[in-house]
Design a protein around this ligand. Structure first.
Ligand SMILES: Nc1nc2c(ncn2[C@@H]2O[C@H](COP(=O)(O)OP(=O)(O)OP(=O)(O)O)[C@@H](O)[C@H]2O)c(=O)[nH]1
Length: 305
């Protein structure tokens, strides 16, 4: 039975991966090349903070975590792990991939497909956005690409009705990267979903990072485990993104963020330690996420602040 189908059929009995993961264990296990595929450079371009450094270094104000951290007793980004903390100039540089002023960065919708064999093949790095139905994928992509032509934005069907995104939607920012919006899992999931998504992860050789979206209002739910388990079983490096942070008060946000972080600490081996917090409505966290996408797709070198 394929892994994903097994998870879907067994939602109440998901077997979680082994606890005890630390970044250093992973570093020891993987070669530099593989670490590169986590977007964690072995050079100094991403800071690896010691406990003392971390106290000294302020997270960029572009990161919503910087406002939350004073209210949380433990470091949200674990001590001794890599932290993506670009300078203002780097954030500005990355914005050009999302604010096309000339043809070379033009944002286009290039394909809608439910069958992987129908996807175009190219040499451009790819990132994928995945999450349960209604988590806010289309809204987030809409906000990331808010400066794209209206014809592109119309393709992003935002709806309060879960399960609107039925096929893979591919958007390309010039020759810089491709961003893939995937159908949501859970409610109203299309029947071909399992094959489509699992085959995508097996076959797309240019995929450099997957972003798993979790609704900040709900925190981590059993449906979210479908995507998280799939990443772990298929050994796919991924990043957690908490969506809709404008909808929760600080207390709820801290509580739900910590439940996600607990999951990460105990069960994940392939998740970037740093979560991203965003709101498609207020725009919070969007520039930081844009910069991270530009960075993991190899379009810029972040030197840190
Ligand atoms: N307040 C708030 N609402 C949001 C945000 N992002 C999405 N929503 C709302 O959440 C609902 C679902 O958003 P979509 O972007 O369509 O979600 P999706 O994950 O693409 O949904 P599927 O098509 O089911 O996969 C819509 O009513 C959005 O307006 C956000 O950042 N803040």
């Amino acid at each position: 039975m394929n892994k994903f189908r097994r998870l879907l059929g067994n939602q109440g009995m998901v077997v979680l991966s082994k606890p005890g993961f630390t970044w250093s264990k992973l570093s020891a296990l993987l070669s530099n090349t593989t670490l590169g595929s986590f977007g964690i450079s072995t050079s100094t371009n991403i800071q690896c903070l010691s406990a003392t450094d971390q106290k000294k270094t302020q997270l960029t104000p572009y990161n919503p975590i910087s406002e939350l951290q004073p209210f949380v007793a433990v470091p949200i980004i674990p001590e001794g792990t890599a932290s993506f903390n670009p300078a203002e100039s780097e954030i500005k540089f990355a914005s050009k991939f999302f604010t096309p002023k000339d043809e070379s960065y033009k944002i286009k919708h290039i394909k809608t497909a439910a069958e992987i064999d129908k996807l175009p093949k190219y040499d451009i790095p790819e990132v994928a956005f995945i999450g349960r139905s209604n988590v806010g994928k289309s809204s987030l992509i809409h906000t990331l690409f808010s400066k794209a032509p209206i014809t592109v934005l119309r393709k992003l069907s935002v709806s309060s009705k879960p399960g609107r995104t039925k096929a893979l939607q591919l958007y390309q920012a010039g020759g810089a990267f491709t961003l893939v919006d995937m159908p949501g899992y859970g409610h109203n999931m299309p029947s071909y979903f399992v094959n489509c998504v699992e085959t995508y992860f097996q076959k797309r050789t240019k995929l450099v990072r997957s972003f798993i979206l979790i609704d900040a209002v709900m925190g981590i739910t059993e449906t979210d485990l479908i995507g998280l388990q799939m990443m772990e079983e298929m050994v796919i490096p991924y990043v957690l993104v908490l969506t809709k942070i404008d909808k929760v008060n600080r207390h709820q946000l801290v509580r739900n963020l910590m439940s996600v972080m607990n999951y990460r600490d105990e069960h994940s081996r392939f998740c970037l330690p740093q979560p991203f917090l965003v709101s498609a409505h207020s725009g919070a966290g969007i520039e930081l996420l844009q910069t991270f996408i530009a960075y993991v797709t190899g379009n810029m070198l972040v030197t840190g602040s």
